[in-house]
Design a binder for this molecule. Structure first.
Ligand SMILES: Cc1cc2nc3c(=O)[nH]c(=O)nc-3n(C[C@H](O)[C@H](O)[C@H](O)COP(=O)(O)O)c2cc1C
Length: 212
């Protein structure tokens, strides 16, 4: 092979190497910025949802679609619970009789077409040596998942503690091991529903967080 042939082969190989190196750098930069974009979208996605949610206290008559109820219940199913025992039991109150009954037991169902009655099973719940159990905590995480999924689906909710658990248990003939934790009305917000003043009042992190 002549010198000139050798040098042109060398140049061709170098060109290819440079081309592949540049392509690899470009791909890496691109996938890195895609990862960043996905992460930012995920963070903003949740934060937007958290900002959007408010306690809805006035509902439209529009029924909630079954597929949305399924999705809300599925979001609750995915929640973590102590020792993963999943002690929650959710009653979906939606028949006219059930809605009338719950309205008679609390002023806080707010005319919603669906009210979730979230209970925990006292026979299954993780119980500590000191006798305390994680039932309300487990239910709260399940409920928070449900609440945020409802928000994502364009529905309103309100967390409700203002009822007598014993009265509710009796009215709905719950098994004695099903302990009501909270209620969650759910439905489309009425046209003139709006957040209460409380919604806009949050303490600064300096009041609620301590780094040690
Ligand atoms: C544990 C808990 C219990 C609540 N109980 C009730 C209730 O019984 N009735 C009601 O109207 N709202 C109830 N709320 C809703 C709060 O008042 C409301 O979330 C809070 O004022 C902040 O407003 P926002 O949800 O619109 O941001 C409850 C909320 C929580 C977390």
């Amino acid at each position: 092979m002549h010198m000139s042939e050798k040098s042109s082969t060398f140049a061709a190989v170098m060109k290819k190497l440079i081309f592949f190196a540049l392509a690899a750098i470009g791909f890496a930069a691109c996938s890195n910025s895609n990862d960043k974009m996905v992460n930012e979208q995920m963070v903003n996605g949740f934060m937007n949802l958290a900002r959007e949610r408010y306690a809805v206290r006035e509902y439209a008559d529009t029924p909630v679609e079954a597929f949305k109820l399924d999705s809300i219940l599925e979001a609750g199913r995915l929640a973590p619970t102590a020792k993963n025992v999943q002690p929650q039991h959710i009653y979906v109150l939606q028949s006219p009789e059930a809605i009338a009954k719950i309205n008679a037991l609390t002023p806080c169902a707010y005319g919603a077409p669906v009210v979730f009655l979230v209970c925990y099973d006292a026979d299954q719940v993780w119980t500590k040596e000191d006798g305390t159990n994680s039932g309300d905590m487990d239910c709260s995480i399940v409920g928070t998942h449900m609440m945020m999924e409802a928000t994502e689906l364009g529905l309103g909710t309100c967390w409700v503690k203002y009822f007598d658990p014993a009265e509710v248990a009796e009215a709905f003939e719950l098994p004695t091991n099903h302990k009501p934790s909270f209620l969650m009305p759910c439905g489309y917000a009425a046209e003139n529903a709006k957040p209460s003043d409380k919604h806009f009042s949050r303490k600064p992190l300096t009041e609620t967080v301590t780094y040690k």
